[in-house]
Design a protein around this ligand. Structure first.
Ligand code: AHG
Ligand code: MN
Ligand code: MN
Ligand code: MN
Length: 338
């Protein structure tokens, strides 16, 4: 056994990577460290969710009309807390808060970044011990430093993200984040309480065999989407089909698996919800950024997700994301070529 192997922690790696960034002030490294800290705290509560009175509903409904679970609230408070008290973040937007929160204190008003997050993704799965996650996207603020940030800082197109990432609370807990330089994954080592670099320089395989979609909605999808799903199920020697269907119902886990193994994840619009279910700013944009940096693609069915100009904090979007060749195959169906 090689006991001398140097294992980089999240903080060590981030400092080394970002030190050489043009105009680096260390604020982004600090922000990622703060997020890692919130993730560790959330992880502790998620791990004991079956033991303590943290399961079940908080008794409130969020702005999206969803029942809020107690852990959604806990995770939101942890994230907002570390970002408010850190030195890097001027304000936040969250799935669980109706409006953006502008911190407006001396340090925050001089901070470079704003952060958008889904504190707990797949929270409907908590009660049944299925993997859940956290998603975040970081933007350089466009408002003038020295003053409180503004709503416009939160409504930037996803291509402006400087970093995006997720945490998956699964068989192990992992944090994966992307900057323009690459995507790297860190596994929480519970014996030392540190995220350690386990998946350096993640690349999404060009193609794969997994497709992930809620089949229960099949007859509610547009016929072009149905045509592509049919294709996924057919024997096809050119694309390696039939593909394998995998759908956990926690986007973080579904997209994480496809990012590592190769695959495509879809949450299309339905007849009753043409705009789909997933939220552009804190669900689609971070995953679109991570996947593109890893070599894959992400669209809303019509255009690149990262080019969509947001208009509201909680707007929804159809979402298709995954391996480059599988996405290109999907696009032939959506454009009506097939
Ligand atoms: P959240 O728990 O943050 O509200 O998000 C749930 C999302 C996402 O994780 C998942 O992919 C999707 O809901 C599943 O929706 P369906 O049950 O409609 O397939
Ligand atoms: Mn929710
Ligand atoms: Mn979510
Ligand atoms: Mn959520």
């Amino acid at each position: 056994m090689n006991v001398n192997r140097k294992v980089l922690t999240l903080d060590e790696f981030t400092l080394q990577q970002l030190r050489n960034f043009p105009n680096a002030t260390g604020e982004l490294s600090n922000l990622l460290r703060d997020i890692g800290l919130a993730a560790k705290r959330i992880n502790v509560e998620v791990n004991k969710a079956g033991l303590v009175d943290i399961l079940g509903d908080a008794g409130t409904v969020n702005v999206q009309g969803e029942d809020v679970k107690k852990l959604d609230v806990y995770a939101n408070d942890q994230f907002m807390g570390v970002l408010r008290h850190g030195i890097s973040c001027a304000g936040i937007g969250s799935e669980e808060l109706d409006d953006s929160v502008i911190f407006d204190d001396e340090i925050s008003n001089n901070s470079k970044y704003v952060c958008l997050f889904d504190p707990l993704d797949g929270s409907g799965n908590i009660d049944v011990n299925v993997s859940i996650g956290t998603i975040f996207g970081v933007y350089r603020r466009i408002s003038e430093k020295g003053k409180p940030c503004t709503k416009a800082d939160f409504l930037q197109p996803g291509r402006n993200q400087v970093a995006a990432g997720y945490i998956v609370y699964g068989s192990s807990t992992m944090m994966v984040y992307a900057t323009r330089r690459g995507v790297n994954g860190f596994t929480l080592d519970p014996s030392i309480g540190e995220f350690t670099l386990s998946h350096p320089n993640i690349k999404c395989p060009e193609s794969g065999k997994i497709y992930s979609v809620n089949h229960g909605n099949f007859f509610q999808y547009d016929e072009r989407v149905q045509g592509y799903i049919d294709c996924c199920q057919k024997k096809n020697k050119d694309n390696g089909g039939p593909y394998t269907q995998r759908y956990i119902g926690s986007m973080v886990s579904d997209v994480h698996r496809n990012l590592i193994k190769g695959g495509i994840f879809m949450y299309p619009g339905t007849a009753s919800r043409p705009g789909g279910k997933l939220r552009l700013l804190y669900e689609c944009n971070p995953f679109a950024f991570i996947t593109e940096v890893a070599g894959g693609k992400a669209t809303d069915g019509k255009q690149r997700i990262l080019d969509v100009q947001p208009t509201t904090l909680h707007q929804r979007s159809p979402f298709f994301v995954g391996s480059r060749l599988m996405m290109e195959e999907l696009e032939t169906y959506l454009s009506g070529e097939v």
